[in-house]
Write a protein that binds this ligand. Structure first.
Ligand SMILES: O=P(O)(O)OC[C@H]1O[C@H](O[C@H]2O[C@H](CO)[C@@H](O)[C@H](O)[C@H]2O)[C@H](O)[C@@H](O)[C@@H]1O
Ligand SMILES: O=c1ccn([C@@H]2O[C@H](COP(=O)(O)OP(=O)(O)O)[C@@H](O)[C@H]2O)c(=O)[nH]1
Length: 729
């Protein structure tokens, strides 16, 4: 049976060793809460870091490993130097603040932290390989392991790999600050499915990939290295039944009553967060201070409880942050406390889930006001626990959960006045308004629970994969031609080699004039043409002048503008395919010039019988939107003048209908005997016309990733040229 291998930095339990005592306790944080259900249901393995086992005796270690095994947990051990570099230094000192838009907290200079991050990601990939069985699904989680999908893909190319990011993916303008932006994107794109909490995070990812890697932006699927990577928004959630069960539990209810009694008639306003600077605790405290200042008559009627769970205490920013929060709480309690009570009850500890639910049941108002939060599960837990439809939720607009929980009182956590007013509003909310809002919230949380979250993701993972269509083509070529195929072509009585230029013989460049052939390529083509009974044809979309300037001396045939012009040998004239009306050009040029003017970095390439608008160097977001408008604006001109608009790789080209690379095929074949072997290589949509016009016996080769009607495929121009050299050898 197909197993689910869950892979995350943290295991569902963490081992603590304290002065000889060893405890194995449930890990804190939303990721672990969300994944417990799928792990138990699918009965697979969970690979992750168990905490520090270095100080355990051999016997204690064996005992811990037995307990982990019973839980289906596979430990990936980290040294204390790795914890400090990979986890504290890079994951939580670089990626965490950057992805939460807290750029001033970034520590980018410690390169060894990045090295360690890479090494530990390799270790995770190795650990997966060691446990992997064919048919397993691998689900990798979060920012600590962004490189693992690609590392695993290299080791097991046909593995089914999912990746889910639990924190926000920031806007491209913020993401590209990261010196390792390319590696992180390529790492994540190793997966078949990449999941985010919200459509906004997915959008940022797509445009980061477009900007940094030059991929074509598409919100559903990215074509990457010959694969199709599916992107989805899957808002994570909680095990609702478990919270309802705890909310009905007599002991939990008794504890909730005790908490209320100790508040002596005061209303309770609750916060539950890891003590993380993203959670907005200081600004929440300032809003409480503002509220107390503004509402003297309510001071004795409210108790604020803040449960602050210790977290990442070895990261400098967290230690400093704890000091700031302590000072604030001290100041407010000093100003507004009495001999009887203090306004803020601040608890710096973690609690068992039953204790947390008792707090949820006791609280009249729940404050969840992070500055940024990937999702935030605390707010969903509060809603699930309020089985009698009472209570008010104050929720930050910057939590991923705000996209779903729109019936909460949504606030901007940066606006202290607004948060203070919202506390007041929540405290006086009528029971009927509470019910209307809470019922709507509960409906959404109940129907979109953790079970549904994992089900949706794993369903998409089941169906994902495959390769992207190369424009205009329909299937995946078989792979590189075998040595025997090349050998039989070499021994054929005569050989016709038809070659596209850009993207096939040379890599694509930002500006067409930069893609010059270089001496090595010129020599290779000369040697190929010198083979006995061999014809070489370069069949390009380029104008005659480029081909003449770069390849004109060679004893080969040149075909420019997709075969509209041909030149048989050096010194011979260029011959046009037919008479062509060119009266459409000013009109088309005008329209395309409008697109150049509003899309910086794009340009027009004008040839004799076609005009192309190139946008590979333009801002990808702008260019992809603009490209959609081109057919609309050109529609009438295309119809009136019988023109075609052809989409290539980041280029749109207007040309006469019926002029394509296929038109030269009958002429070329007529020059050789029927037993000539034809080899054709091309990378783009326009080369599909050539492949389609060739006889089925031709050896057609698509250069690059994706689908094509070609029989074979080579990854890049370098391998295409190796094949040409092999023909000569
Ligand atoms: O493992 P730690 O370093 O102690 O941190 C705990 C977890 O914090 C983060 O949680 C995120 O995941 C939640 C569930 O998807 C989401 O609701 C929340 O907004 C996120 O911040 C972190 O992403 C996890 O990797 C940590 O395990
Ligand atoms: O003492 C506590 C208090 C809270 N939580 C849980 O920690 C998770 C916090 O998840 P959230 O998504 O809100 O934020 P994260 O901490 O993952 O950033 C929730 O399931 C809480 O119930 C916990 O494990 N121990």
């Amino acid at each position: 049976m197909s197993r689910l291998l869950i892979v995350s930095n943290r295991l569902p339990v963490t081992v603590h060793a304290d002065q000889g005592d060893v405890s194995v306790v449930p890990s804190a944080g939303g990721l672990v809460t969300a994944l417990r259900g799928p792990h138990e249901r699918h009965g697979g393995l969970w690979l992750g870091w168990p905490g520090d086992l270095a100080r355990l005796t051999e016997e204690q270690r064996r005992d811990v490993e037995d307990r982990l095994e019973q839980l289906g947990a596979v430990p990936v051990h980290l040294t204390s130097a790795e914890v400090s570099r990979y986890y504290d230094g890079f994951s939580n000192g670089v990626l965490w603040p950057l992805f939460h838009y807290l750029v001033e907290k970034l520590h980018l200079d410690a390169r060894h932290n990045w090295e360690s991050y890479r090494e530990v990601n390799e270790r995770f990939a190795e650990a997966i390989v060691a446990r992997y069985r064919p048919g397993d699904r691998v689900w990798i989680h979060d920012y600590q392991l962004t490189l693992v999908p690609a590392m695993l893909r290299r080791r097991i190319p046909d593995a089914r790999i999912g990746f889910f990011l639990h924190i926000p993916f920031p806007a491209a303008e913020v993401f590209r600050i990261l010196p390792w932006r390319e590696q992180v994107l390529r790492g994540m794109l190793g997966a078949d499915v990449v999941g985010f909490h919200t459509t906004a995070y997915r959008y940022h990812f797509v445009y980061s990939a477009a900007r940094v890697l030059g991929l074509d932006p598409d919100l559903e699927t990215l074509a990457y290295e010959g694969r199709r990577v599916r992107l989805g928004a899957y808002p994570v959630s909680i095990d609702v039944d478990e919270f309802v069960r705890l909310a009905r539990d007599e002991e939990v209810r008794a504890e909730a009553r005790r908490i209320r009694e100790s508040a002596r008639g005061r209303k309770i306003v609750l916060g539950v967060d890891r003590l993380d600077y993203t959670k907005g605790i200081p600004r929440r405290m300032l809003a409480i201070e503002r509220f107390l200042e503004r509402e003297p008559e309510l001071r004795s009627k409210v108790r604020f409880i803040q449960l602050a769970v210790p977290t990442r205490e070895n990261v400098d920013a967290y230690a400093e942050f704890r000091r700031v929060v302590n000072e604030l709480v001290g100041r407010i309690n000093g100003s507004y406390g009495t001999l009887d009570d203090v306004p803020i009850h601040f608890l710096h500890r973690s609690m068992p889930m039953a204790g947390v639910v008792a707090l949820y049941l006791a609280a009249d108002v729940m404050m969840v006001t992070p500055l940024r939060d990937g999702m935030n599960l605390v707010c969903k837990e509060y809603v699930a626990s309020r089985i009698d439809d009472t209570g008010a939720l104050v929720l930050s607009e910057f939590a991923g959960a705000a996209a779903e929980l729109i019936e909460a009182l949504l606030v901007n956590p940066h606006d202290i006045d607004a948060v203070a007013s919202t506390i007041q509003r929540a405290l006086v909310m009528s029971p009927s308004e509470q019910r209307v809002r809470m019922q709507a919230l509960r409906r959404r949380v109940v129907t979109h629970d953790a079970h549904r979250w994992s089900h949706r993701f794993l369903n998409d993972l089941e169906r994902a994969g495959g390769v992207p269509p190369a424009v205009g083509a329909a299937r995946r070529p078989e792979g590189a031609p075998q040595g025997s195929t090349i050998a039989s072509a070499r021994s054929a009585p005569s050989l016709i080699v038809m070659l596209d230029y850009d993207g096939t013989l040379v890599p694509l460049e930002a500006m067409p004039e930069l893609a010059q052939p270089g001496e090595a390529l010129v020599t290779e083509l000369r040697e190929l043409a010198a083979r006995p009974r061999t014809q070489v044809h370069v069949v390009s979309g380029r104008p005659r002048e480029d081909l003449e300037r770069w390849l004109g001396e060679l004893p080969i045939s040149l075909h420019a503008e997709h075969g509209f012009f041909s030149r048989a040998a050096p010194g011979e004239p260029w011959v046009a395919l037919r008479e062509a009306a060119l009266d459409w050009k000013p009109r088309v040029r005008d329209v395309l010039q409008g697109f150049v003017d509003r899309t910086a970095g794009s340009f027009i390439e004008e040839k004799m019988v076609s005009i192309a608008w190139h946008y590979r160097a333009a801002d990808p977001e702008l260019a992809s939107q603009t490209a959609r408008e081109v057919p609309l604006e050109l529609g009438e001109a295309l119809r009136e003048h019988d023109l075609e608009l052809i989409a290539g790789r980041k280029v749109l080209e207007v040309r006469l209908r019926g002029v394509n690379k296929g038109v030269i095929v009958p002429r070329v074949l007529a020059t050789m005997g029927p037993d000539a072997v034809v080899i054709a290589l091309g990378d783009d949509r326009t080369d599909e016309d050539l492949f389609a016009a060739l006889p089925p016996t031709a050896l057609t080769i698509h250069v690059g990733g994706g689908e094509s009607s070609a029989a074979f495929q080579l990854p890049d121009p370098a391998s295409a040229r190796r094949l040409l050299r092999a023909l000569v050898a």
